[in-house]
Design a protein around this ligand. Structure first.
Ligand SMILES: Cc1cc2nc3c(=O)[nH]c(=O)nc-3n(C[C@H](O)[C@H](O)[C@H](O)COP(=O)(O)O)c2cc1C
Length: 157
């Protein structure tokens, strides 16, 4: 199976999750490529597309929230998943979103926002998992990388 994992990350936590997912899929025999959202193709050649972003202001990062992240010490790209979705083309591939966020009832979810925006564009997408960070710059909560690997195993059994 050909898999592309498209990721945006300000402090590296979502990237770590994406890396764990890609490695697990690779171990299961898939061709798994990890690409930054800013450089991702609009129509990836893949059987499975996974799209991950950090949750900002309850949803997907924007230019304004990325600028806030930079003020908190992030090395942040100029474009990310929101901009990729703006140019994403409908695909026959299965597509799942994922995110990182706080473990709180008010957190919102970039995974939920991304799936909704994709569907609004006519790209079929399913909301995948949210992975928990314990602070704005991380780290991930204990066990979250294992949970990411376990989730990946369900996507390409
Ligand atoms: C500007 C800004 C807004 C944020 N808003 C939220 C939020 O609404 N809900 C939430 O759970 N986390 C929020 N966070 C925390 C992020 O989810 C956290 O920084 C992210 O998961 C870390 O992932 P990364 O290392 O890939 O950037 C926010 C962080 C920043 C910088």
């Amino acid at each position: 199976m050909n898999v592309i994992v498209i990721v945006e990350s300000c402090f590296g936590n979502t990237y770590q999750v994406a890396r764990a997912i890609a490695d697990r899929l690779h171990d299961a025999g898939s061709q798994a490529e990890l690409v930054d959202a800013a450089a991702a193709p609009s129509l990836p050649t893949a059987d499975l597309i996974l799209v991950g972003a950090p949750t900002h202001n309850l949803g997907l990062p924007s230019a304004a929230t990325r600028a806030k992240a930079v003020k908190k010490g992030a090395a942040t790209p100029a474009a990310g998943v929101r901009e990729w979705i703006d140019r994403a083309e409908p695909t026959d591939a299965r597509l799942f979103t994922f995110s990182t966020r706080f473990d709180s009832s008010w957190s919102g979810s970039a995974a939920r926002a991304a799936a909704k925006s994709l569907r609004r564009r006519g790209v079929s997408a399913e909301r995948g998992e949210d992975f928990v960070v314990t602070g704005v710059s991380g780290p991930l909560a204990p066990g979250e990388l294992d949970r990411a690997r376990d989730w990946a195993a369900t996507l390409a059994p």
